[in-house]
Design a binder for this molecule. Sequence first.
Ligand code: FHN
Length: 591
Amino acid sequence: MKLTTAYLASLALVSGVLPALAEESMDQMWGDRSTKSGVETSERAALFRDGNYGMFMHWGLYSHLGGQWKDKTFYGIGEWILRQMHIPREEYMNLAREFNPSEFSAREIVRVAKEAGMKWIIITSKHHEGFAMFKSKHPFNIVDATPFARDPMKELADECRAAGLGFGFYYSHNQDWTAPGGSGGPAKNDDGSPASFDQYFKEKCYPQVDEICSNYGELAYVWFDTPGNMPAEHVKALAELVRKKQPRAMLCSRIGHGMGDYESLGDMEVPLKNHDGLWETCDTTNDSWSYAWYDQNWKDSKEVLHRVVSTVGRGGTYLLNVGPDGKGRIPTKAAGYLVESGKWIKEHPGVVYGAGPSPWGHAQPWGDVTRSGNTLNLVVFDWPTDRMIYLSGIDGDIAGATLCATDGKRVPIPVKRVGGWTAFDASAADAATVSSLAGLIEVSFAKAPKIDATLGIHPNIPTHLSCEFARVRDATYKRINWMEKFGEWKFALQVADWKPDGTAEWDVDVATAGDYHVSLTYKGEGRPVWSVTTSEGLKIQNQQAATHVYQSYPTGVIRFSKPGKHRVAVSLGEGNPNKSSLEAITFTPVR
Ligand code: FHN
């Protein structure tokens, strides 16, 4: 929490962003997320809408430092090292003389992106540090200021085009820490005269955006970032420039002032509920965006695939970042995991490309669902031990259910109705032929089924229900964001500020009558007492410890005497109502 405030405070310094934790401040940092109407169905949006998966790349002078400044390691997002380690501007700019990414190979990067199943690459042409990774008239650029003296953006743009990948640029339009007048940059020019943002905009930002839009062929994206309190007139000028020079490029909402074509959610945020419109989640393969020598916290192949499928299942597009090192190489582990998850995607392309969101509106305890026409793709990441996959609320005639094996075999599997639920029985299928990353059951319908999206409580696997799905009375539901390390965003959807009769209540559909262990995920102080009641009149309550981070604590065993619809409510009996916040409830069937 303290870190979040510190981060926002530092952003406040550099870009006039409010140093508060409210969601509005995140909006100011990442820009007004509203987007242009009508873009969604346009031909221009086709790559974004149907491709659903792209590569993001953070690569700059900071990659040469790799998270290390002299004898100190910076354990935050590496591209912020200049600012966070208070490196003198001159000293930082002089690093360009040592920057020689001699191992850079556009072909190799494009190979990894293609094999990962990604459909485009968006790379940092200039990040907040102000260093241009392309040939620019402004001298602080990779061609003129480094021994490398090549334009890697040109090489990458050409290679993407040859391989049929979309290509786009990230450009930090507001923050520029080395250009006089840029947000976070020197307040004075080198001759001592006062610098203004207007000057930075006219002398550096606008001309450079013109350069990237003029010299690299057709761009699929221009990805501006952290608009902060940038004046609308400047944002409008950039939007018009891009529209004129690159009429097919998609603009992300972080350009600011509602001038984007699609919404960019918060960093690293895969939402829990389906989200309408054209939107994207940008995420990274480890913790940092740019290369950091110590950061080995890789998302493995299964996690990468899970996050791709979850984003598509919520209706969005996934932009996954890699940070090449100072020599220009994508770290081997990241490349390996991307390629391995890509193999799965290539075997089952319909799960991702052109796929629509889950009609349930949320993930399932065993995995997630995407939709291709009248087929539902059930992607199983956590097999229940009996290998039965349950879904609630399907109203429609199932034409067939097929388990897709890794060897290309497709095995029809039995489907049973269990009350209002449907069970897909994969118990007889040979476990060895199902991918260890994820199983896939394709369920086809003659016509699109109707789905009752009430949250299901599954009979054979724990069901975890976030407070985001609860009805809240006499308490406050809010989203909080914080950082684990500097720049590594986490969020929670929680209920706090409990009044005496405050409740968080879920409507649920229970597959099987019986006993369930109930646990609550919360944080707070001391030993709060929580109670859980059901619409059948059962109540359990218990006291457990609390900590300052969200943790799950058992409350007791509760019984549903019959399957079907129930309501479950949680309230705080004793404890500090302002310091206790609830994040979720979990039901685990008693065996
Ligand atoms: O400050 C940047 C950060 O360095 C990184 O580029 C991310 C990627 O989305 N954008 C900003 C913070 O949101």
